[in-house]
Design a protein around this ligand. Structure first.
Ligand code: ADP
Length: 178
């Protein structure tokens, strides 16, 4: 993996709603009308304006993404993407790849330079973190090659265990580099 691309990746543990970045990504559901987990936390911090704007969007299919304002969040925007419910079928990977690609494409199209992702689908949607981590990191690295204006992508993990999975995978990419 290209070292310059890997240098744009950061991993951290904590609450994504506190991130001061151009956009935080929300692991939403297809209605975009709020839910539990990270979605609930983002809506609670952003305030009611976010839900009002989401109501105007008419939902979002799995694997796609939509952008809104950030309202009371420190982040300027929220990119809402809908991860797959894990089924163990090959389609899961294509849909989760789409979440990262489409979120980053929206960021690039809106001239955003810093984006923070939670571990999409790895909560109630049940995606195994080791598989999801590879998809998140590989898809992001590939996309960043085509979008040099994006200078920071932060993977915000909620648990120390998830953080370790990302640390180990990114470290393995760095050491396999020639
Ligand atoms: P999904 O339905 O896509 O699985 P969840 O919100 O249930 O979405 O979980 C996605 C990931 O976000 C999980 O790893 C969960 O631990 C994590 N998470 C939950 N709240 C937060 C938060 N405030 N900041 C960052 N990550 C969070």
């Amino acid at each position: 993996m290209d070292k310059k691309i890997l240098e744009k990746l950061e991993i951290s543990q904590g609450d994504i709603t506190l991130m001061d970045v151009d956009a935080i990504v929300n692991a939403a559901n297809t209605s975009l009308l709020g839910g539990g987990g990270v979605d609930g936390a983002i809506h609670r911090t952003a305030g009611p304006g976010l839900l009002e704007e989401c109501r105007t969007l008419g939902g979002c299919p799995t694997g796609e993404a939509r952008i809104t304002g950030g309202y009371n969040l420190a982040a300027r925007h929220v990119i809402h993407t809908v991860g797959p419910v894990y089924s163990g079928k090959p389609r899961d990977k294509a849909l989760l790849t789409g979440c990262y690609q489409n979120s980053l494409r929206l960021a690039a199209d809106n001239n955003l330079t810093s984006v923070a992702f939670p571990a999409i689908s790895c909560g109630v949607y049940g995606y195994p973190i080791e598989e999801a981590c590879k998809i998140a990191v590989d898809t992001t690295c590939l996309f960043l090659k085509t979008a040099p204006a994006i200078t920071r992508v932060i993977f915000m993990l909620f648990s120390p265990k998830d953080l370790k999975v990302y640390e180990d995978y990114i470290e393995s990419l760095k050491t396999s580099d020639t």
